[in-house]
Design a protein around this ligand. Structure first.
Ligand SMILES: *[C@@H]1O[C@H](CO)[C@@H](O)[C@H](O)[C@H]1NC(C)=O
Ligand SMILES: *[C@@H]1O[C@H](CO)[C@@H](O)[C@H](O)[C@H]1NC(C)=O
Ligand SMILES: *[C@@H]1O[C@H](CO)[C@@H](O)[C@H](O)[C@H]1NC(C)=O
Ligand SMILES: *[C@@H]1O[C@H](CO)[C@@H](O)[C@H](O)[C@H]1NC(C)=O
Ligand SMILES: *[C@@H]1O[C@H](CO)[C@@H](O)[C@H](O)[C@H]1NC(C)=O
Ligand SMILES: *[C@@H]1O[C@H](CO)[C@@H](O)[C@H](O)[C@H]1NC(C)=O
Ligand SMILES: *[C@@H]1O[C@H](CO)[C@@H](O)[C@H](O)[C@H]1NC(C)=O
Ligand SMILES: *[C@@H]1O[C@H](CO)[C@@H](O)[C@H](O)[C@H]1NC(C)=O
Ligand SMILES: *[C@@H]1O[C@H](CO)[C@@H](O)[C@H](O)[C@H]1NC(C)=O
Ligand SMILES: *[C@@H]1O[C@H](CO)[C@@H](O)[C@H](O)[C@H]1NC(C)=O
Ligand SMILES: [Zn+2]
Length: 428
């Protein structure tokens, strides 16, 4: 195979990549992308323009002038991110070894029970020594020097708008609605979805949403080894960067399954966890819950916005772009959410996170800037500072590292039928 020779060149380059960096957390500086997040034009193909789910979800090869995804260079879609030999690549090993493991906590890897649920046998849930959310909903780490979770919007009467499991190939009608209403959400993207549907991620950035990581393969994170965790984070960061030119500084654990070992590794990669305090269970509509039950949860949370429950703080609500029913529920309920809450905003803005990405090219409004409806540039009422030619985002000055991040070569992709199979898998 032609790749044998190439691999040793890549290996040599990878050693050079991390050798020059001052700390492991600077890994993102060696990522490549030809996308300028300040000037995104989506390719004009039926998948990006249609609102018919079947048309939207017809597989496409990305325009090679934007990027290519060579399946030999990525983990297998929906498989743990060490798959496809990724954990043996020089690039990955060098990054993994750049982390200071001497300080890593000695917390056990959890196991799954026969029914697929997490096994908590033997865990001291009373004292919760590992701040394990699944056991206790703990969000304040017991371990020091570990980033604490964000789980609510502190501002009163504020609905923290978050959607998990995208980018979904069929999200055009949903994203169109958000755009019409000038709503900016926090979107938690799965790495496997990003490489399968990269234009969906491009659109998320173009529309001014706050993009965060939702891991590569959507596993219970506490059941993965340290190496698997690093790979889940690393390849998702790399995929989001390839498709958008931006690398998230925030992530959300699938099922909320995070403990201090997982948080410690995320912290080494400069990632902070965003959880939620209200869960609509919308993903289960039509399966383990009826649509009416999910609607009842929505109704309850909506009512809280105007009945005095939210006068001292806001919330962060867990919802999904995973299926037609969850996106339809969003469209049905957003008008009412906006009526009952003073503010319906993404987490970056409600938490004053000006720079939610490693790159400082894109800045979000602080809560005060959002309140003052700073319209010094287009994109009125949006949570984004300023605008670009698409009315979404603006530069706040390129950092020295940014120029290298945007000048890299794209990766060669050979599309194989095997790569298409995971598209048929149903998540959850
Ligand atoms: C990690 O993120 C912080 C911002 O929270 C930034 O100041 C710091 O430079 C980052 N560290 C690295 C090594 O990139
Ligand atoms: C970025 O591109 C350069 C040049 O093609 C390559 O050597 C390097 O390995 C790439 N970086 C990553 C993280 O893949
Ligand atoms: C934005 O990108 C388009 C091509 O997609 C290009 O023609 C245009 O010059 C770019 N504008 C800026 C300001 O970079
Ligand atoms: C890579 O991952 C596989 C599966 O988890 C494991 O068996 C193997 O030992 C790992 N290889 C290295 C070099 O860490
Ligand atoms: C980690 O904890 C296990 C018990 O859970 C113990 O057997 C082992 O010695 C510990 N390792 C270190 C390096 O402390
Ligand atoms: C507000 O509505 C919620 C949800 O229906 C309810 O649980 C709560 O008791 C109500 N609070 C007040 C003050 O009425
Ligand atoms: C995307 O949404 C469609 C419904 O339009 C659904 O059938 C599909 O499973 C979703 N894809 C993923 C990967 O979640
Ligand atoms: C749900 O699917 C139908 C067609 O199957 C489509 O017309 C509708 O726009 C979809 N809803 C959303 C929110 O994508
Ligand atoms: C955001 O900034 C405003 C103004 O400084 C402040 O009042 C508010 O408490 C801040 N919110 C958070 C979550 O830090
Ligand atoms: C509006 O935002 C811009 C860019 O952040 C800032 O320079 C300007 O001072 C802001 N104006 C007001 C009135 O807040
Ligand atoms: Zn999820």
């Amino acid at each position: 195979m032609a790749f044998v020779g190439l691999k040793s060149i890549v290996a040599a380059a990878a050693i050079a990549q991390f050798a020059g960096l001052a700390s492991a957390a600077e890994y993102w500086q060696s990522f490549n992308s030809s996308i300028n997040p300040l000037n995104i034009t989506l390719p004009n193909i039926p998948q990006t323009t249609s609102i018919d789910p079947a048309t939207e979800c017809t597989y496409y090869n990305p325009d090679p002038s934007l990027f290519t995804v060579d399946p030999t260079q990525w983990p297998t879609s929906w498989d743990i991110a060490t798959s496809n030999g990724m954990n043996t690549s020089a690039e990955f090993q060098n990054f993994y070894n750049s982390i200071d493991w001497a300080n890593a906590p000695n917390i056990s890897v959890r196991t799954l029970a026969a029914d697929g649920s997490i096994d908590m046998t033997g865990y001291d849930s009373q004292n919760d020594p590992d701040c394990w959310w699944t056991s206790s909903t703990c969000t304040v780490p017991k371990l020091k020097d570990v980033n604490a979770d964000i789980y609510e919007c502190p501002e009163p009467e504020t609905w923290g708008l978050t959607y998990d499991d995208g980018p979904n190939c069929s999200h055009n009608a949903f994203y169109d609605y958000l755009q019409e209403q000038d709503l900016k959400a926090s979107m938690f993207y799965i790495g496997s979805n990003v490489v399968d549907w990269p234009y969906g991620a491009m659109r998320g950035v173009r529309d001014g949403h706050h993009i965060s990581s939702h891991t590569w393969s959507h596993r219970m994170m506490t059941t993965l080894t340290n190496q698997e965790l690093v790979a889940e984070f690393y390849y998702t960061q790399k995929a989001i960067h390839l498709a958008t030119g931006l690398t998230p500084r925030y992530w959300r654990a699938p099922y909320g399954d995070v403990d201090d070992r997982v948080r410690w590794i995320a912290t080494q990669m400069n990632l902070t966890s965003i959880l939620w305090d209200y869960d609509t269970n919308d993903w289960s509509a039509g399966t383990t819950e009826t649509v009416q039950q999910v609607q009842a949860s929505y109704d309850e949370f909506i009512q809280m916005g105007s009945n005095g429950s939210m006068t001292t703080h806001g919330n962060i609500v867990l919802t999904h772009e995973i299926a037609n029913v969850t996106m339809s529920l969003a469209l049905t309920n957003l008008p009412n959410i906006m009526k009952n809450y003073k503010h319906v905003i993404n987490v970056a803005t409600c938490a004053n996170i000006t720079y939610p990405y490693m790159e400082r090219t894109v800045a979000f409004r602080t809560f005060d800037e959002y309140l003052s409806q700073n319209t010094s540039a287009a994109g009125a009422a949006s949570s984004i500072v300023g605008s670009n030619t698409n009315g979404a985002v603006t530069a706040t000055g390129k950092s020295a590292t940014q120029s290298s991040a945007t000048s890299g070569a794209s990766i060669v992709r050979a599309i194989s039928p095997a790569f298409l199979l995971p598209l048929l898998l149903v998540l959850l």
